[in-house]
Design a protein around this ligand. Structure first.
Ligand SMILES: [Zn+2]
Ligand SMILES: [Zn+2]
Ligand SMILES: [Zn+2]
Length: 381
């Protein structure tokens, strides 16, 4: 193992540290989530994914046809596509689809036994109403999902080691009352108090569980929301990116290579023109180790999903010396390019901490303005 988890201090909590020199580009660790789910809108928009591991189930060609709204679209090198519809299986009792028998079994044993429409353990209709309510509150771009809470509760009902699982989940939670309000507000907007009450009532009518009755109180439910808001990692899977990666590895003569590269560039352009930037099956997951990895505005590692499913990898993007803290960025590419004040504001609002990374410290003397103000004052100059 090239890393370890260490307690830093009472403000920062834990962090991930390298135990030997790690070279840029190498995979530091891989891990599966405690629980994951596809976002509700993403699923509704027919981004087909395995209901357990979120593997995107379309072949690359099917996916491109749909996203480009071009039924005649054809792709070369089918051998580079790793989506293999022959291995897909449905739940034995409903329409839910999985990439493999293994995923079907895991889903059933963890939560689907409770959530399957054929089960009388929960009310399918009420679950659908709940998902609709959620979508009504939380439009794309999605950053969270009620499905995560639904799965956690279903799992608690099915889990043999119930106490252990609950404590695993609750270990994530450290927010104060004010912070919790702020996060819920951020996720749901102005009407969040009314919306939270609606969601909580609908949820407890289907999945109330005595062992976590404290989650169903006003404060407890907000806490659960804050826990997910601050700890979940976005997951994006795509048959296309695996196909492109495999195409890059092909041994081609220079002319064929150029043609293929041009075709791929053209394809991305076509997809982005029609579908915008929403190309992936998107969702979220809770990860034990990755959640201990602190943010830096100048990170030395990055999170990726190299297997077209929810299995996450932390990959070094710089050389990391033995003993150095391993950091990732919680910001999007566009956010991280902003000034120090904008970045710190976003991190404070969404992740409840004041960033003191090396880059923020270097820029301490930059004025406290958001990027919008920066650019408007630029224009006045
Ligand atoms: Zn799967
Ligand atoms: Zn089922
Ligand atoms: Zn920073």
């Amino acid at each position: 193992m090239t890393w370890c988890i260490r307690h830093i201090d009472n403000v920062k909590g834990f962090g991930l540290f390298s135990t030997e020199n790690i070279s840029s580009g190498s995979v530091i660790l891989e891990e599966d989530p405690i629980i994951s789910c596809q976002f509700s809108w993403n699923k509704l928009y027919k981004y087909r994914a395995c209901d357990y591991c979120m593997k995107s189930l379309e072949t690359t060609e099917e996916m491109c046809k749909r996203l480009a709204q071009n039924p005649g679209l054809k792709l070369p090198h089918h051998e580079c596509c790793e989506s293999k519809p022959v291995t897909y299986v449905h739940c034995q009792k409903c329409e839910e689809i999985y990439c493999s028998m293994d995923c079907r079994e895991k889903a059933y044993n963890e939560f689907h036994k409770t959530l399957c429409p054929s089960s009388d353990l929960s009310d399918r209709n009420a679950l659908e109403v709940l998902d609709e309510t959620w979508r009504g509150f939380h439009y794309p771009p999605e950053t969270a999902s009620i499905q995560m809470i639904i799965r956690i509760l279903a799992r608690i009902k099915q889990e043999e080691k119930k106490e252990e699982f609950i404590s695993d989940i609750e270990k994530f939670c450290h927010a104060s009352r004010n912070d919790v309000e702020q996060i819920a507000h951020k996720l749901l907007g102005e009407q969040f108090l009314v919306q939270l009450t609606t969601l909580r009532e609908q949820l407890s009518s289907v999945l109330f569980d005595e062992s976590v009755q404290h989650w169903f109180t006003d404060d407890g439910f907000k806490n659960l929301f804050a826990l997910l808001g601050t700890n979940q990692q976005g997951v994006g899977t795509s048959a296309l990116s695996v196909w492109v990666h495999n195409c890059d590895e092909l041994d081609l003569n220079p002319k064929d290579r150029e043609e293929l590269d041009n075709l791929i560039d053209g394809l991305y352009e076509e997809l982005e023109n029609v579908a915008g930037t929403f190309l992936n099956c998107e969702g979220a997951g809770l990860y034990r180790i990755q959640s201990k990895c602190n943010h830096s505005c100048e990170p030395n590692a990055e999170v990726c999903f190299p297997h077209n499913n929810h299995r996450l990898a932390v990959k070094a993007c710089k050389d990391i010396a033995a003993g150095e803290e391993i950091t990732i960025s919680y910001l999007s590419e566009c956010q991280i390019a902003r000034g120090r004040y904008s970045r710190q504001q976003f991190l404070k609002e969404n992740y409840l901490f004041h960033c003191c990374c090396s880059k923020c410290l270097e820029q301490t003397d930059d004025p406290d303005v958001t990027t919008d103000e920066e650019s408007s004052s630029d224009m006045e100059d």
